[in-house]
Design a protein around this ligand. Structure first.
Ligand code: DOR
Ligand code: ZN
Length: 346
């Protein structure tokens, strides 16, 4: 097979940042995806409908001319999120969920939730409106080993959410472990998961290959090879509860290559091609379109996109870096060869 045409896909988890970084990255996502669930972890975070609408306007203004890309907005949950904000968001038509960051779990999560019990009324309201809960699924207690944080989150928090709010639709985002895959598979239709291209392509050895490799560091951190294999089986296996979410998270080269480098991998530059490589490595494109373009839309209750995108088999080399304000942006797999390339109309 030398050419692949699929319904225009969506990215069910992306970080677009804000001006001037927004302008540097949004075209990459808009070139490949019809829509994207946009993360609210700005500084300060996007906590209210008005803030989400204003951010949406900034994204639309930053798009290339004639782009049909649609940003799907989210709210950032805090200990003080008000039920009224959730009700307004669920009626807004352009806000498609609320994101739970356990406080301290990752970049810009300081304002996140310190105790799930603080969210009971909010989660009750979300369940009532069938308003999506997006989860950063990592337990944050300092004594928990970083490689066990996702598994512990399932035990300590996800179980509780599912038990107390069984009809609340949940997306367990950027899953990284066999434990998460198995938990989703054993669950019901109110739990789904996104999987990133980088967690499908690397295991934790990549972070330490011949020296410390900051451009492979993200959160949740990549795990052992058997976990990666479980993710590949989930993505390629056709179960409709798994779908694409890049978690593309740009940080400047200087912020990554530092004594305390930021967590985040910039994959938006070639996300489609990276996912295609995963399916090709697995030897089966049978469920590629479902994973990229159908499962997520169906779970979010949205129509499929109208158009199509095409990839062709053509070797090319990823750039070493991309332009980024005051610095550079190093894309995932920079300087390496990829086997698939999106065909972009002239
Ligand atoms: O690696 C990550 N980077 N994980 C996250 O959860 C946040 C993200 C970011 O915003 O940079
Ligand atoms: Zn993220």
């Amino acid at each position: 097979m030398n050419r692949l045409t699929i319904v225009t896909p969506d990215d069910w988890h992306v970080h677009l940042r804000d001006s001037p970084y927004l302008e540097a990255v949004v075209a990459d996502t808009a070139r490949q995806f019809g829509r994207a669930i946009v993360m609210p972890n700005l500084l300060p975070p996007v906590r209210t409908c008005n803030e989400a609408m204003a951010y949406r306007d900034r994204i639309l203004a930053a798009l290339p001319a004639n782009s049909g890309f649609e940003p799907l907005m989210t709210l950032y949950l805090t200990d003080n999120t008000r039920v009224e904000d959730i009700e307004a968001a669920s009626e807004s038509g352009c806000i498609h969920g609320a994101k739970l960051y356990p406080a301290g779990a990752t970049t810009n999560s300081d304002a996140g939730v310190t105790d799930l019990a603080n969210l009971d009324a909010v989660l009750e309201t979300m369940q009532k409106h069938r308003f999506m809960l997006q989860l950063h699924g990592e337990a944050t207690a300092p004594e928990i080993d970083i490689f066990d944080r996702e598994k512990r989150f399932i035990e300590l928090s996800l179980e509780r959410i599912r038990r107390n709010f069984p009809e609340l639709p949940v997306v367990f985002e950027h899953i990284t472990t066999r434990d998460a895959v198995d938990y989703v598979l054993a669950s019901d239709a109110c739990l789904a998961a996104t999987i990133t291209p980088h967690h499908l392509l690397i295991n934790r050895n990549a972070i330490f290959n011949g020296g410390i490799r900051p451009h492979y560091y993200c959160l949740p951190v990549a795990k052992r090879e058997h976990h990666r294999q479980a993710l590949v089986a989930a993505a390629c296996g056709g179960d409709a509860r798994f779908f694409a979410g890049t978690d593309s998270a740009p940080h400047s080269k200087s912020a990554k290559e530092s004594a305390c480098g930021c967590a985040g991998i910039y994959s938006a530059h070639s996300a489609l091609e990276l996912y295609a490589e995963v399916f090709e490595n697995a030897g089966d494109f049978g469920h590629f379109e479902s994973f990229m373009s159908k499962n997520g839309a169906s779970y979010y209750g949205l129509e499929l996109n109208q158009g199509t995108v095409t990839l062709e088999r053509r070797e090319w080399t990823l750039p070493d870096s991309l332009p980024y304000p005051d610095s550079e942006l190093v894309p995932f797999r920079s300087g390496e060869r990829l086997r698939w390339k999106q065909v972009v109309d002239a």
